[in-house]
Design a binder for this molecule. Structure first.
Ligand SMILES: O=C(O)c1cccc(C(=O)CC[C@H]2O[C@@H](n3cnc4c(=O)[nH]cnc43)[C@H](O)[C@@H]2O)c1
Length: 235
């Protein structure tokens, strides 16, 4: 990490290099709106496309082509919130990132076996606890907050109450659902870079009702979150 001397106070501030991976351009632009020009060299923000495969491919490419190593990768965007855990417009910071539909469907309840249970590996990557603490401190110093909880990744967004219940039961405490986190996390883990996920909630996880999505509110929350993070880490 580059160190910047603040001579008048005699302090040394570390300036981390962070890669932010969003799915679509509207999310990338919302993140960029929160960043001052001065941190452009330290924070790269990309839109990777929707879904874990596109996210993993783009994150891997960005990590490998970087002129200098990244200290942290953040999967960021709007997301679904599990009722009672994350309201529309609120933020969820992942404690772990879980691919919730990676496994096998079964005819018996609960209707799904994860790859972990099947013995094919792991569907979970733990978010970096030290970075999560820094990001939470950044949000709180700007009067914001985030639920620190497992974040689900799925290839098909939940659209029924039954799927919402099954996915919530699969990962106790899960607060958010998105479609890219695990792909970004798998890329970061493969390359030994710390990772976390930050979701701004646009809709409830449950029966599909696109008219109830509050994308504008969620994008504003994303901008505010990254403004707070940049101010805390770089200014
Ligand atoms: O239509 C728009 O203006 C618009 C602006 C920004 C983003 C979108 C998206 O549709 C992004 C898709 C993206 O959102 C995540 N997401 C949001 N809600 C959920 C959900 O309930 N379950 C799973 N994923 C969700 C997801 O990561 C998609 O990539 C549109």
């Amino acid at each position: 990490m580059l160190q910047q001397h603040t001579e008048e106070r005699g302090t040394v501030k570390t300036l981390p290099r962070i890669l932010v991976v969003t799915a679509v351009d509207a999310e990338r632009d919302a993140v960029l709106r929160g960043l001052p020009d001065t941190c452009a060299e330290r924070m790269e923000v990309i839109s990777a496309g929707v879904g874990p495969a596109a996210a993993a491919a783009a994150a891997t490419a960005a990590l490998l082509r970087a002129a200098a190593p990244y200290d942290l990768v953040i999967s960021a965007g709007i997301g679904g919130g599990f009722p009672e855990r994350a309201a529309i417009g609120s933020l969820v910071l992942a404690s772990s990132i879980v691919q919730a539909d990676l496994g096998a469907e079964t005819p018996d309840a609960p209707g799904f076996i994860s790859v972990d249970e099947l013995g094919f590996g792991s569907s979970r990557v733990d978010a970096d606890t030290a970075w999560n603490a820094r990001l939470l401190a950044a949000l709180r110093s700007a009067g914001l907050d985030a639920a620190l909880a497992p974040a689900l990744t799925v290839s098909s967004a939940t659209g029924t109450a039954a799927t919402a219940e099954r996915r919530a039961g699969l990962v106790p405490g899960a607060a958010s659902e998105g479609m890219e986190g695990y792909g970004v996390a798998a890329a970061a883990a493969q390359l030994g870079v710390a990772v976390t996920e930050l979701r701004a909630i646009s809709n409830a996880v449950g029966p599909r009702d696109r008219s109830a999505w509050r994308i504008g509110d969620a994008l504003q929350a994303l901008t505010a979150a990254f403004r707070a993070i940049a101010a805390h880490l770089y200014l």
